[in-house]
Design a protein around this ligand. Structure first.
Ligand code: KIV
Length: 268
């Protein structure tokens, strides 16, 4: 079944898109209305990312997001979605402590939300966990390259990852451990192209060039809601921040000037 069929997308159909050379479009969502809109626009996969920490909670990193918080948002998003594959981030320290804890926490996500899969950051260092989750029938999307949960170790969040041997080893380890797909974040274009050619699972790029099998962006970035964030890879498809500010200031002026509500907005 082609990827653009209206049938709900499953993990096997998502994976099969690669052999059909059909590109995959993924965006983040954290609430019901946005998820329903993105789904009806034909987005193939919706990520309930731990960028929730920044976008919804106004924090400076993803680290404080808890399992309960992501489950709360994932349940809402999955309830809104009819077709897209819903993938949910495993927050920092919900899968690194032990494999048993990773299975229990990822299992809670699948049991308490209607999501299809989880995502975790890591390649070689998380291969045993990816394998344990996959053996427990929990589909895993891996995430290599820039790993925002490693921000304390890295010190910076914007560097392009160019360690070719490490990146290829990470991507291959994730695939061999059973990951059904892999996010490549801020990987240099030639390395992302090589990984995409060498893996049989779909690669989903963010800041990693056009050769990836799919792309993911944080919705609030591509919709122009987040201001002052201008990485080279980001294309803004709308300027919602400006639209909201203009609409709200017109409303303020109308209320203060007595022009809203007008007669047509009032019950006689
Ligand atoms: O948490 C998130 O939104 C992500 C994307 C940036 C890929 O991991």
């Amino acid at each position: 079944m082609p990827i653009d069929s209206p049938q709900p997308l499953t993990v096997p159909r998502f994976v099969a898109a690669k052999s059909r050379r059909e590109r995959l479009a993924m965006l983040t969502a954290y609430d019901f209305l946005s998820a329903a809109l993105l789904d009806s626009a034909g987005v193939d996969s919706i990520l309930v990312g731990d960028t929730l920490g920044m976008v919804v909670q106004g924090r400076s990193t993803t680290l404080p997001v808890t399992l309960d918080e992501i489950i709360y948002h994932a349940e809402i998003v999955a309830r809104a979605v009819r077709r897209a594959l819903v993938v949910v981030d495993l927050p920092f320290l919900t899968y690194q402590v032990s494999r048993e804890q990773a299975i229990a926490n990822a299992g809670r996500i699948l049991k308490e939300t209607n999501a299809a899969a989880v995502k975790l950051e890591g390649g070689v260092n998380q291969a045993a966990t990816i394998e344990a989750l996959t053996r427990a029938d929990i589909p895993v999307m891996a995430h290599v390259g820039l790993k925002p949960q490693s921000v304390r170790k890295l010190g910076s969040m914007s560097r392009i990852q160019r360690d070719e041997e490490q990146l290829i080893a990470d991507a291959k380890a994730a695939e061999e451990a059973g990951a059904f797909s892999i996010v490549l974040e801020m990987v240099s274009r030639p390395i992302a192209a090589r990984i995409t050619a060498e893996l049989s699972i779909p690669t989903i790029g963010i800041g990693s060039g056009p050769e990836c099998d799919g792309q993911v962006l944080v919705s609030s970035d591509m919709l122009g809601l987040t201001e002052g964030f201008e990485p080279k890879f980001l294309k803004r498809y709308a300027n919602l921040a400006e639209m909201i500010r203009t609409a709200a200031s017109e409303y303020v002026a109308d209320v203060k000037g007595g022009t809203y509500p007008a007669a047509e907005h009032s019950h006689q």
